[in-house]
Design a protein around this ligand. Sequence first.
Ligand SMILES: [Zn+2]
Length: 195
Amino acid sequence: MEPLIHLILPLTALTLLGVDFRKALPLALFGLLPDLDALLLIHRSLSHSLPVLLAFAAGAALLAYAVKPGLRNYIVLATLATASHPILDLFTGYTPILWPLSSHSLWVKTELGVHIGGSLTLLPSVKLLAQPTTFHRLESLDAPLFTGEGLITSLILTAPLILKAVRGHYQPHTDTSQESPNEPRSQTLKIESQE
Ligand SMILES: [Zn+2]
């Protein structure tokens, strides 16, 4: 899957979860990390394995807890953003998502087709494909950073988020102590340091 989608989907999900856009953006960048293996000319290496990513996240969480406990929410959200990457890839090609628990790379190939003729027929298809995992270096690698479909989907998803962030930035601050206690207030997910 193209890197742009790996960035925009966690960004949108984090913002919908209530994370401020300016904090969600650096967290969403974690969604790109697994594809850094392409720089080593390996396509979908162990960086696409959920057990490996969770082991790294557990190590980072332990370290952060010892150094700065307030970082734990950042680590949980960064882990979710990173984990979204192999889950998305699982639906677009063979991914070693369970390595080393499974020596096979998996691909969930699913679609819902429609045949329109004399009658209208739905054609659902779900296949779980598997092939042995091999991490071998390629001689070269060509891949799109984004496609036309990915670009327009990303623009439509992020335009409201950016507008909201900009509008919020320029809105004058109001004294919240004046608010009626019965008035609903917008909920945001707190990820600030809790020291
Ligand atoms: Zn990938």
